[in-house]
Structure formats: structure tokens, C-alpha cells
Design a protein. Structure first.
Length: 271
């Protein structure tokens, strides 16, 4: 993403804050914009004031140790993507937070729709897709404060204008916004995604995944497709039949529908 002079549009705290609607801005306690960080998730988790009330957020131009699910590295070159993390405490048990990553996926899809990026789809449990390829992902990290209280950091990565040689280090088909002619502006993208995540997490804290279920189903890029579900030691094949009201995957195997709770699993279409 470049400005009129051809230079990179750097993330800017004041421009991101200025783009937040009042409802989101009132919930945000702190926003930090960094040029480089090991991990935006880790930065928030390790802050001395990470237990403060309200929402805290971090945006970085580059991550040196970005992480995805299943221990994978998240390729995070300078100025190529949005690396955003949001910290919030929930007055909910860990079990009640099932489906939160799916709700955040809906939030990201809402943001991209607002920014006139059509055709966004979601892949259970945490991928954002465009044109059938991975545009971004979500990583939730949780710490339990009490039986009915958790602190959650939500990390979001969205490819904006990735260098082509990055494909050598990414193990699945991927895309970025620039490949689809989408140029919403980097600060505008950061602001809208942050706003939608803040508002969606507030909505989730009040009603759980149920209020996102129908919208997620409409965005489901794997619905009724043959898929393979992999963990570290085995794989299962079946047909994806959407998700239930708690966010669990419904996998049809041999005519029977099984309920799969998200864990260290990977879902891929059968080639």
C-alpha cells in the first residue's frame, strides 16, 4: 500500500484512532503501534498493565517471531500485512468462549465488506479466505483468571501486499488484498478491523456465538465440500456440514454427522 508519493503508508496511531466509531473508541483503553516486535500477541500478554480494564490493542509493521496455530510460524515481513492483536477480559468460563475465534472471523469479514472487498469467505476454525485462498488468520491465546473469568488475546493477520518470495515459506495457497485490486489504505484497514473485533467481542460476551451463527454459515467457504481433517497423528475425511450453535464443526462421515470441537486441528479441502 503506497501513498501518492509512492512511499509506504505506515501505521499511525492517531489515524487509526480517528477512524474508530464512538462505540469502539469508548472501549479501547490503549493502542500501541510498533515498527517491529517479536509477536503482537506476546507484546500484549507480557505488558505490565495487561490486567488493566478495557481493551488493549497492538499493531506492528513487522513481527520477527509471528505465530499461527499448531505452532507454525506466521510469515510477517515489514510493511506487507496487518499484524493486529486485541486483549480483553471476559466474565466467562473457558468453555463459554468456544466459538470466539469464529465470531472474530465474522468481525473481520464485516470489516472487509465495509471496505468494499467482496467475496470473503471463512474456513473453520480460524482462516479468512479470498478467491479460495488464505488471506489471513486468527490466533486466540487465553489465560484463566478464575472459574468464570478469562483474559484473551486475539491475534489477526491479514495479507495486504506480500512479497512474492514469501510463497516459498507458506505451506498452503495464499493471497493478499493487492492481488485482488483491493487498496483500502493500511490505516483505514487497521482501524476498521480493530473496530469490528472490539464490537464483536463485546457482542460475544453478552450472547455467545449464537448471534454470529447464521452469518458465519453464510460465509462458510467449506460448506458441503469434501474435506480432510488433520491432527498431528491422523486424518479423517468427510463432508463439511457447517457448524452448530456453539461453533463446533459438523463433519459427515459415512452418513453420520460428527461434532468436532476446535483444537490442534487443520481442515483442508480434498484435492
Amino acid at each position: 500500500m503506497t501513498g501518492t508519493s509512492g512511499s509506504l503508508e505506515r501505521f499511525d496511531e492517531q489515524r487509526i484512532l480517528a477512524g474508530l466509531p464512538v462505540e469502539a473508541r469508548q472501549q479501547l483503553n490503549a493502542l500501541t503501534v510498533l515498527q517491529e516486535v517479536a509477536s503482537t500477541n506476546r507484546f500484549l500478554l507480557e505488558r505490565e498493565d495487561s490486567g488493566a480494564s478495557g481493551v488493549q490493542a497492538c499493531v506492528a509493521e513487522m513481527q520477527t517471531a509471528g505465530r499461527g496455530r499448531r505452532g507454525r510460524a506466521w510469515i510477517s515481513p515489514f510493511g506487507a500485512s496487518l499484524y493486529l492483536s486485541v486483549l480483553r477480559s471476559f466474565a466467562l468460563s473457558p468453555q463459554a468462549l468456544q466459538g470466539l475465534s469464529l465470531a472474530v472471523g465474522v468481525a473481520v469479514a464485516r470489516a472487509l465488506d465495509f471496505l468494499d472487498v467482496p467475496g470473503v469467505a471463512l474456513k473453520w476454525p480460524n482462516d479468512i479466505q479470498l478467491g479460495g485462498e488464505k488471506l489471513g488468520g486468527i490466533l486466540l491465546e487465553m489465560s484463566t483468571l478464575s472459574a468464570r473469568s478469562c483474559r484473551v488475546v486475539t491475534g489477526i493477520g491479514i495479507n495486504i501486499d506480500m512479497p512474492r518470495d514469501a510463497s516459498m515459506r507458506i505451506d498452503q495457497p495464499w493471497t493478499d488484498l493487492s492481488a485482488h485490486g483491493a487498496h483500502p489504505g493500511r490505516n483505514r484497514l487497521a482501524s476498521r478491523v480493530l473496530a469490528e473485533v472490539i464490537m464483536a467481542e463485546q457482542e460475544f460476551s453478552q450472547g455467545g456465538f449464537a448471534s454470529f451463527h447464521g452469518e458465519w454459515e453464510r460465509l462458510d467457504g467449506m460448506r458441503d465440500r469434501r474435506v480432510v481433517l488433520q491432527d498431528n497423528d491422523s486424518e479423517r475425511r468427510g463432508t463439511a456440514r457447517g457448524v452448530d450453535g456453539s461453533g463446533a464443526l459438523l463433519l459427515e462421515v459415512d452418513g453420520r454427522c460428527e461434532r468436532i470441537v476446535s483444537g490442534e486441528l487443520s481442515l483442508r479441502p480434498v484435492k
